[in-house]
Design a protein around this ligand. Structure first.
Ligand SMILES: *[C@@H]1O[C@H](CO)[C@@H](O)[C@H](O)[C@H]1NC(C)=O
Ligand SMILES: *[C@@H]1O[C@H](CO)[C@@H](O)[C@H](O)[C@H]1NC(C)=O
Length: 375
């Protein structure tokens, strides 16, 4: 019975939330703020101005459960300051009945390590926690399904927090996508023993992969196979691209690859080698690539150098220029050496930069280059 009432209330919150912004502001004009709500929020030191500015319509609703929701959060270990932050960020929370919040807490505690972790998640992703109880059954079934795949609890909570839509929809849709991914992995020669870890990495890197149509994955793999990638190479690409493989589509890849091949003046086989080394190339648009090639060539870098270290294309022109300057300050002329010290993540760069500095101190590195003082 209680659950039924909660569901009804929640459906109503849902309708309110679904109102277009212009209707909401009409409602704001025609009815006064709920004084009890404002006072209760004030007592909790919630930033009411922020709510008025962003989600003022919540202050006109009734019934609301400000005290009850705040007490439940405190009961989970949230401090007064955290409760105030959560309610300012996501005032819709006060529209959820205590029963609904308790049901959500129970659900999330089946995957969270402890309540401290749960409070941390609610602080970052309040909308994922304060969802409609009409999703409760789907959420529960999806949790059971992901647990049956023996996925790490941490991955399941990450998915629930960052892609809540995939938990509120029927479990069957997730099953289809997961099976498609697993099948593709096995068909490309992936080891069954490594599949769970592979899937886990893929889902943790791109939680939205589940929401993509399964056909997209197949189409993309077929397109790449047609481009001449071998099964083993496709598996490598699938592993390197991880979740991003579903963000691609054959049309954009066709454009990008044609543009890249044309610009670099290489053969199809060379292009495949470049893509294997820098799979990110597949999801850059022609415009982005054009800008990056221009930036690199404009700094005096030659095309042959880019072909040798294609991962430099992953960097924005701004980062490239900044790194070139720093390297130059240490006597490394990027136009004549390898682009290796230039590419990679920030950490990679700092590491090779550190090595350059060391070598400079024992003046083994490029001793004829003019040395500047440390900045
Ligand atoms: C706000 O705090 C005052 C003083 O503690 C209390 O009397 C009042 O009932 C509270 N109002 C609400 C709506 O909680
Ligand atoms: C709760 O989990 C967090 C990890 O999210 C951990 O750091 C913390 O020590 C745990 N606290 C308790 C009381 O077990």
């Amino acid at each position: 019975m209680l659950r039924l009432i909660a569901a009804t209330l929640c459906l109503r919150c849902q309708r309110v939330r679904a109102l277009p912004a212009n209707l909401r502001s009409c409602a704001t004009l025609s009815s006064a703020e709920n004084r009890h709500t404002v006072e209760a929020l004030y007592n909790l030191s919630v930033d009411i101005q922020k709510i008025r500015k962003l989600k003022g319509w919540v202050l006109h609703q009734s019934p609301v459960y400000v005290r009850e929701v705040a007490d439940l959060l405190k009961d989970m270990g949230a401090s007064g300051a955290i409760v105030a932050r959560i309610l300012a960020l996501h005032p819709e929370a006060i529209l959820c009945s205590p029963d609904q919040v308790r049901a959500q807490r129970e659900l999330w505690m089946s995957v969270c390590r402890n309540q401290t972790e749960l409070v941390g998640i609610i602080e970052k992703f309040p909308a994922s926690f304060f969802t409609s109880s009409s999703h409760h059954v789907n959420q529960r079934d999806n949790i059971a399904y992901f647990q049956s795949l023996h996925l790490n609890k941490r991955i399941i909570t990450k998915l629930m927090a960052s892609a809540p839509q995939s938990f509120s929809r029927p479990v069957g849709q997730n099953e289809v996508m997961v099976c498609t991914l697993q099948q593709a992995y096995l068909e490309l020669g992936g080891e069954e023993a490594n599949m769970r870890i592979w899937l886990q990495k893929l889902l943790s890197q791109n939680p939205f992969v589940l929401l993509k149509p399964p056909e997209v994955l197949r189409q993309n793999l077929l397109f790449l196979r047609d481009k001449g990638f071998t099964t083993a190479e496709l598996l490598r690409l699938l592993s390197k691209l991880r979740g991003f493989v579903t963000e691609l589509n054959p049309d954009s890849m066709r454009h990008t690859l044609a543009y890249a091949q044309d610009t670099m003046g290489c053969s199809e086989a060379e292009l495949r080698g470049i893509v294997l080394e820098c799979p990110a190339l597949l999801y850059y648009s022609e415009t982005i690539l054009a800008e990056r090639f221009q930036g690199l060539l404009g700094s005096g870098i030659r095309m042959a150098q880019i072909i040798e270290t294609p991962t430099v294309l992953e960097l924005t022109t701004q980062i490239v220029n900044y790194r070139i300057q720093r390297l130059r300050a240490h006597g490394y002329d990027i136009r004549t050496g390898s682009l290796k010290p230039l590419s990679g993540t920030k950490k990679d760069f700092e590491m090779s930069y550190g090595k350059l500095q060391l070598r400079r101190e024992r003046p083994l590195f490029n001793p004829v280059a003019p040395l500047k003082a440390d900045d």
